[in-house]
Design a protein around this ligand. Structure first.
Ligand code: MTE
Length: 339
């Protein structure tokens, strides 16, 4: 990334420690049996898109910013690392459409409207569709996935995301045999996203921000279409209303505020690779053995309790600790060349 020094921004200590509250909220949800009540259509894999999304609209739409949202606990969650305090996840952000330094997105994305919001799914699919975000949220099975979140800039977090698998969404549109890659696109609206209107604020990116995965990566059960964090819908600065989280890859693959998903035969262009190909590859798998040309990737600054200055360093894990689930995807690939 074009590193900006985050030292000007710092959380006050009294803003931290939200996870006690968060844990209480989870306990209440469990006691009330609410987790079981949000199980829309796992067993409904055969349902057609028409059946699933033509259901009558719920009068109480799921609105941002930050409505309560419940997800089923997942066995894929990290269990051996403390959570990053919620205020830090909400204020230490990269979202260049709202400014290229760390505190800016939380400030400049205030009031960013995420309704109405549609997601187009096109390309190598049985039928292209345009889906309304509230219909998607009502019909997909929302899980809570606590994942390690590792930025290419060598900082990391551990975040309780809420979302549904990308695989479950793609299965609905039935990818054709030609679908080898999945491309994603962020909203392009310079009136709402000041970084798109200003070259300096937006870090020199040629917008819209675009990302991509291979179809195997997209269908991996870890790959999460994310709609919330810490028991609530996403804040604008974290990519509301819908973003991607691919926990074994550097954070820049986690494209925010998605409006388009396109399945295709050729590898799609990706924003950071277009900007600096020798620094940011298409794969971007977390790899402590392949350094960034300007810094080591062997360790990372974990953002946890306490001030950012005192955050501890920890070893970076191969595939960010998810090797068991994903190493086989890359068995025939030279990871030093395909970084
Ligand atoms: N998506 C868009 N559209 N624009 C961005 O600037 N930054 C990426 C990724 N997704 C970015 C984006 C980077 S570099 C990282 S590390 C993560 O979002 C940060 O996500 P977070 O702010 O929720 O931690």
């Amino acid at each position: 990334m074009l590193i900006k020094n985050p030292l000007s921004w710092q959380l006050k200590e009294n803003q931290a420690t939200p996870e006690t509250i968060y844990k209480q909220r989870r306990d209440i949800v469990k006691k009330l049996g609410l987790a079981a009540a949000i199980t829309p259509f796992t067993s409904n894999a055969q349902a057609s898109l028409f059946d699933v999304f033509s259901a009558k609209k719920d009068p109480v739409a799921v609105m941002d910013p930050r409505q309560d949202l419940v997800g089923r606990p997942s066995s894929l969650s990290t269990s051996d690392l403390e959570l990053t305090p919620e205020p830090k996840v909400l204020t230490y952000n990269n979202f260049y459409e709202f400014g290229s330094s760390k505190g800016q997105p939380a400030e400049l994305a205030k009031g960013f409207e995420t309704r109405p919001w549609t997601i187009e799914i096109t390309g190598e699919v049985a039928k292209s569709v345009t889906l309304d975000i509230d219909d998607v949220m009502k019909n997909m099975m929302i899980e809570e996935r606590i994942y390690r979140h590792r930025c290419v800039e060598a900082w990391s977090m551990n975040v309780p995301w809420l979302g549904f698998t990308l695989a479950s969404l793609l299965k609905l549109v039935k990818p054709t045999s030609k679908a080898k890659y999945v491309a994603f696109e962020t909203l392009y609206d310079p009136k709402k996203m000041p970084g798109q209107a200003s070259y300096s604020l937006g870090g020199g990116i040629d917008y819209p921000y675009v990302e991509g995965l291979t179809i195997e990566e997209a269908m991996n059960p870890l790959t999460l279409m994310t709609v919330g964090l810490y028991g609530k819908t996403l804040a604008p600065q974290n990519g509301a209303p819908l973003r991607l989280i691919v926990p074994w890859k550097y954070g820049f693959k986690g494209i925010k505020s998605i409006v388009k998903i396109h399945l295709l035969e050729q590898q799609p262009p990706t924003t950071w690779n277009l900007l600096a190909a020798e620094e940011y590859g298409f794969y971007a798998n977390v790899n402590p053995n392949v350094d960034h040309p300007r810094w080591s990737q062997a360790s990372e600054r974990f953002i946890g309790e306490g001030s950012l200055f005192s955050s501890r360093r920890q070893k970076t894990l191969m595939f960010n600790g998810y090797g068991e689930q994903v190493a086989s995807l890359y068995k025939n690939l030279d990871l030093t060349k395909n970084y």
